[in-house]
Design a binder for this molecule. Structure first.
Ligand code: ADP
Ligand code: MG
Length: 487
């Protein structure tokens, strides 16, 4: 599945450099209404149709915390095996921008709702743990639209006030491939929990990517640059690769790296300086006087804990322990919640081993080929399960099953019906097979003699002939047995 590499080393002359990466992921909380107002969060609405007086920051408007968003953040914290802070504080992060009518963003600075946690990555050379520094709740800003008009900039405040979870990793990532696996794992966990849909096209998941380099083997962290607001995994990887090489070149030239905020230009595939790094004190953070500190009780947390569904790591372990799947198979089948649902639906009534092979093999090939999600699978779990049962009980051979599978693709046809209509039932009647086999031996007298005199390779030839004459319907196992006797 993954040829992902944990190691990303840049070599220059005699020197080898390692890249160090930490991510600040902004994940939009799945919630019908915003963090401090009742406005809708529905994606794709007409501009400025989902803006309350709170979101537009009219004077005198007061924010009211949305309890559902708080629950979502705590659930995510539990999914990240993190410490949940019973007391957290909302601060004002002050800055001016046209899409920020308040003049400040409400965020959590010193006291986030979730503390340290971890995420496990399945890399080809084993598992790797990435530390989570914190998760805090904050509001999203609106959107400035610069390309509608040559003279004017437009502002859409629909997004203003939407709840985000900022998930900050420790600087534990070491390669673009690890970043790929990390983002996917984070997204998978949140989708299992239903706390963020992870839809990167709609901007539900984006990240600030912090990159530094250091001599391989060094324990010190180098000076980092932060690449702002990257919204696809591919772009994150390209940006890291470019940025790491840029920093190595500077060091090799004997220059210093300035800590700064950069932008990734997706067209030119390069990062560009945006501003030198602002410090926290530039934002004049202070506790928002309109909001009390957020306090949650033990019962509140325990109740959420007791409703956490089985998450990918636990599901993977169960698939391995209970169904004897390989770690590779289990990793693939739990990688997203929809795939795991499909798999579990199929195996409700059919053989696990066959189901695993058919889903990872044939079905994924089709989905890949047609660029479909598992939820759009042309074959339902119910019908795939029927197909597997037909193989298992010997009604059809594995080879015929492939033919039937192809036919099922057209409108999710019932495999039992196909078998009936096309007369594809496997021939397992020994009498009928003997007759077939006698005929084949008769027609190939000379080869039969050669076989008997020691040319054992010819056995395969006879199996092939019998299968051919039977139109692929002969039960291969029986054919083998009878042929052995007859020859
Ligand atoms: P800020 O909010 O100012 O960006 P943080 O302390 O929250 O600063 O760190 C942001 C991110 O930068 C974290 O994900 C952290 O892991 C990462 N980071 C910190 N130091 C380095 C470094 N030297 N190289 C790469 N990433 C780093
Ligand atoms: Mg930052």
């Amino acid at each position: 599945m993954n040829k992902n590499k944990s190691e990303f080393i840049i070599s220059r002359k005699d020197n080898q450099y390692e890249v160090v990466i930490g991510l600040e992921v902004h994940a939009q909380v799945t919630s019908d209404s915003k963090l401090f107002s009742t406005s809708s969060t529905k994606f794709g609405a007409e501009p400025n149709t989902q803006v309350s007086l709170v979101d537009a920051a009219f004077p005198g408007m007061l924010p009211v915390i949305n309890e559902f968003c708080v629950k979502q953040a705590i659930k995510t914290g539990i999914g990240l095996k993190a410490k949940i802070n019973k007391r957290s504080v909302f601060d004002r992060k002050n800055y001016f921008y046209a899409d920020l009518p308040q003049g400040y963003q409400i965020s959590q600075f010193k006291h986030p709702i979730v503390g340290e946690g971890k995420v496990i990555l399945d890399m080809p050379d084993g598992q790797k743990e990435v530390g989570i520094e914190r998760l805090h709740l904050e509001q999203d800003a609106g959107k400035s639209i610069h390309d509608l008009d040559p003279q004017n900039t437009f502002v859409d405040l629909n997004r203003s006030g939407v709840a985000l979870m900022e998930i900050v990793s420790k600087p534990d990532l070491r390669s673009p491939d690890e970043v790929n696996v990390y983002i996917k794992k984070l997204r998978s966990i949140m989708r299992y929990l239903g706390t963020c849909d992870g839809n990167m096209q709609e901007g539900s998941l984006r990240a600030d990517v912090n990159v530094s380099v250091r001599t391989k083997g060094s324990k010190d962290l180098g000076t980092r640059c932060e690449i702002k607001n990257v919204n696809s995994i591919k772009f994150m990887q390209m940006a890291i690769e470019y940025e790491a090489n840029r920093q190595v070149d500077l060091i090799e030239d004997g220059k210093k790296i300035d800590q700064e905020t950069r932008l990734f230009d997706t067209k030119k595939n390069e990062t560009r300086s945006m501003r030198s790094k602002e410090d926290a004190h530039d934002y004049r953070y202070f506790p928002d006087p309109d909001l009390l500190p957020l306090e949650v009780s033990d019962e509140f947390i325990t109740k959420l804990e007791s409703n956490i569904p089985e998450l990918p790591d636990e599901k993977k372990k169960r698939f391995i322990d209970k169904f004897n799947l390989s770690p590779y198979e289990a990793t693939i089948l739990v990688s997203d919640i929809e795939t795991s649902k499909y798999f579990e639906d199929v195996i409700k009534n059919s053989d696990v081993k066959l189901a695993t092979n058919w889903i990872i093999g044939e079905l994924f090939a089709v989905l890949n080929d047609k660029n479909l999600e598992i939820t759009q699978s042309p074959i339902s779990a119910k019908n795939l399960s029927k197909l597997i049962n037909l193989i298992k009980d010997g009604t059809i051979s594995g080879k015929i099953a492939k033919t039937i599978f192809e036919l099922m693709l057209d409108g999710d046809k019932d495999p039992q019906k196909i078998v009936k209509e096309k007369g594809l039932k496997q021939e397992s009647d020994p009498k009928a097979l003997e007759a077939l086999i006698d005929k084949v031996i008769d027609n190939n007298r000379e080869k039969a003699i050669e076989y008997k005199s020691g040319k054992e390779k010819l056995f395969g030839f006879f199996v092939g002939q019998v299968m051919k004459v039977s139109g692929g319907k002969a039960n291969p196992q029986l054919v083998n047995e009878i042929l052995k006797k007859k020859l």
